[in-house]
Ligand binder design. Sequence first.
Ligand code: MG
Length: 228
Amino acid sequence: MAVKAILWDVDGTLLDFAAAEKAAVQKLFIEFGLGECTDGMVARYSSISGGYWKRLERGEITKAEVLVGRYRDFFSELGIDPALAEPFNARYQVALGDTVAYRDDSLEIVKALHGRVKQYVVSNGTVIAQTKKLERSHLGEWMDGIFLSEQLGAEKPSPRFFEQVFAALPDIPKEDMLIVGDSLTSDMQGGLNAGVPTCWYNPQSLPRPADMAIAFEIQNLQQIYELL
Ligand SMILES: [Mg+2]
């Protein structure tokens, strides 16, 4: 296979999502007068939020339900007024882009690959958060296109997400694409559903599920060069 296009996941792949999430939640707790949000509280929020995203990937709930529902649950556990969930999330989408932390040296890699292969963002993140992140991180400057689920009306791993990517890139056969991402349920399953070769970014060396025909696995983004 000759890779002509890389479909990059952003959160947890090119950018360190956990760092941005923690900084944003802690900052907004202060801003909203809710006191200190400890690391343990952030971990609990992250777990609740992760559960909501998985339900979105399975098509059980809408993006809007994810964004507000996770904070409603989290605030209820803490005895905070759940009515704050909506304004808090609105501020959170903006604040998420304030902390730019790269995974490995992703910016250098994306720059080095520019002109060598086409590169596209494929993300389920919100338009507000992803636009700011891609701009502030400068990753967006090196991309040949950006596909956000909110604009496509379908989330990874739905084939409907990828069908729109294919339609926008009629000159690139899907067999010559490579989706690179950290999520088994959205990126790898999405690639498998749509017939796009898959590369699992697995920096923690988690066990690989036996029932998923993942084509490649890397622990460091630098290993992407070996696949091209
Ligand atoms: Mg990810």
